[in-house]
Design a protein around this ligand. Sequence first.
Ligand SMILES: Cc1cc2nc3c(=O)[nH]c(=O)nc-3n(C[C@H](O)[C@H](O)[C@H](O)COP(=O)(O)OP(=O)(O)OC[C@H]3O[C@@H](n4cnc5c(N)ncnc54)[C@H](O)[C@@H]3O)c2cc1C
Length: 307
Amino acid sequence: MGDEPLPRAERMLREVFGRRLAVDFPLAPLTSFRLGGPAALYVEAESGDDLVAVARAVRASGLPFVVIGKGSNVLVSDGGFPGVVLRLGKSFRWAARDGDRLSAGGAMPLPALAGVALSHSLAGLEFGVAIPASLGGSVRMNAGAHGRSLDEVVERVELFDLDAESTHEVPAGRAGFRYRDSDLPERGVVVGATVRLQSGDPVEIRRLMDEAREWRRATQPLAEPNCGSVFTNPPGDHAARLIEAVGGKELSVGAARVSVKHANFIVAGPGATAADVYRLMSELRSRVHDRFGVELEPEVRVIGEIG
Ligand SMILES: Cc1cc2nc3c(=O)[nH]c(=O)nc-3n(C[C@H](O)[C@H](O)[C@H](O)COP(=O)(O)OP(=O)(O)OC[C@H]3O[C@@H](n4cnc5c(N)ncnc54)[C@H](O)[C@@H]3O)c2cc1C
């Protein structure tokens, strides 16, 4: 039994993480949807050595691996994830200024980094002030809002490569950034990034940030569990418009329903399951496809097996 993948990875991780390794660890509280089952193995990395230990355990066991950030764009399967889930711990939450550049750790919340930019009168990150993401997750997803996105400011990414067991620098031009996605590999962990901003007027920076927060309060169902936009916008159109046009705002499956405030948001009511959300997504996709011939592409990342 000792050579089965799970016990093998558990033994290897236990040697390095000790009691910091969690078995059958509930993931729902780590996600904005508050849904889904446990991770077979869960660790928070606090150092490069921790990351190397995770890489070795994953490679030796062959278990699936996923890194999560603030969990604001993930749908975790009700059955959980049968492998190793990694999150960057507190020591990856830092920021430092060098002229008009800010470097920060992958666990730094994007709104907090926007706050650091404001405190140094640096403009260019106002759009990120209300995106509830970590820097690592938002770089991987090329998060954006108000017509701006991270690729416009990211200069370089520090990537820990699970297969090489080491960290290297990826210049932004080689990260394959595109609309709400990048080519950064799934077996890579964004441990830090540097953004290049410009000096600006703090009053104007604060005004833009206040506006961004206010716009969200007015247009998004922030009081209910959700994952932000469920689908990416198809070229030249808006997923919310298409969903609304097919009667999506009246739809629900189980306790998951389309938000009346924003048709591209699904909110999870009490007792909702990830399967409810997934079935509702499928229904919306097929209605939009039948009526408009448009394939809605999920923006939310599924963790584990659903459907
Ligand atoms: C209320 C609400 C509003 C939102 N508004 C916006 C918006 O305006 N614009 C927008 O773009 N998004 C928005 N989102 C979605 C979400 O915040 C973004 O997709 C964000 O980039 C996800 O970051 P995260 O740290 O939460 O990553 P997670 O949700 O934890 O993970 C998302 C993906 O990134 C990967 N990942 C996470 N951390 C790392 C890391 N350190 N290294 C490598 N890969 C990693 C995961 O494996 C997964 O594939 C919103 C979400 C909510 C709940």
